[in-house]
Design a binder for this molecule. Sequence first.
Ligand code: TYD
Ligand code: MG
Length: 454
Amino acid sequence: MKFKTVFVCQKCGYEAPKWSGQCPECGQWNTLAEEVKQQESKKEKKARSFTDFSSEVVKLSESKSVKEDRIPTGLGEFDRLLGGGLVKGQLTLLAGAPGIGKSTLMLQVADALAKNLKVLYISGEESISQISGRAARLGVKNPNIFLHCQTNIQNIIESVENVNPDVLVLDSIQTVYHPEFTSSAGTIGQVRECAAELVRLCKPKGIITFVLGHVTKDGELAGPKILEHMVDCVLYFDTEKDNVLRLLRPHKNRFGSTSEIGLFKMTGHGLEGVENAGEYFAQTSAQRALKGRAYTLALEGSRPLLTEVQALASPTHYPYPRRVATGVDLNRCLMLFAALEKHVGLSLDNKDIYVSIAGGVKLKDPALDLAICAAVISSVKEVAVPHDWMFLAEVGILGQIAKVPLMDRRLEEAQRLGFKTAFCAPVSKSEKQKITSLTLQEITEINELALKLR
Ligand code: TYD
Ligand code: MG
């Protein structure tokens, strides 16, 4: 095997023979780092390939498939997100910011799986005593869980071969290193090689593998994108800062849909699934009308989430009024403010406006639009929005109200939660079939909403 020095972009994985300040591929600055690369012969390359490639061409209809037996973890939120459970040999990447609760979630999943399966938990981040301290707090004491604190991938492979587990957890991919490579742990080359070793090890044995990974400040997976290609399932663990509610979103899922989300809250004894999301959000609000508050049902996957939108418009003390959005896209809000100025005649240029989603979730459902507009109108005009009003529509730049998908499900949920009036774009008969106690205010222009709020 021959060695050569290359410069690898830590952002996109581009390889250059010489160092330069900017990556020629992705345009990022200061991302090229020196790494030693082995030049493999064809034979070696074949030995290191991911899967056993078949030597002959077969008919798809005649080829044998692996039966997808789902192995449920028993954690309801986690199973639904995965499409019913785990599949043998599934490789899952769990990514999230430090401190979000990845290790906690994994220990809980390990505990649930260890009822029937053998779990090997490898940590390169914490010592045995730290992990057992956390396990004690979580009440995890299953004898089927094996711990190993190790960062050398070759030793990890050895212990997998000795223990022969059904489930492997690696916490985290950025801490492990391959001794044949000189670059430090966490660099693109190391992450790629270590992940490739894991794929080679776990796939043929059918080991269910979880790989934990950190994300950078801007929310991207630290290390190469290539990691996402190599695994079957990528889950992102996310929250707004300092909030108890955590969202687990699949970014890629070879065995299920990516439109489901898992909702958890961090408690004193670990993560708890939030089964009834609507009620969780609803209890945060008293049953009274408030200025600047409007409700909507944002759809996350197949589940409508009761969402409280808050807006505050206050006189500005700056030459340029401030616009702040938390949990929603600021550009979307700016567009809605412009539409409100133009089509409703609200004067916003002398006001700072803050828009926030209560509960600390980040959402991008277009159904939020009307609720944002209602909250802003309410705060500017100092008129409270009745607590049993629901807003379910997209607002365009021309001030027109547009329908959002899955109205039937949203309306049913609004009715179930006890809302009395729903503002939306005109809906079809079949969509309002099951609506009995909810009055629909079908509007086509944003101005019609403004007229109700005075
Ligand atoms: P951790 O799982 O270590 O995060 P990660 O592996 O993603 O870096 O958990 C992080 C936070 O969760 C930590 O700040 C403490 C908190 N926590 C609780 O609030 N309750 C608990 O029972 C546990 C185990 C952790
Ligand atoms: Mg951790």
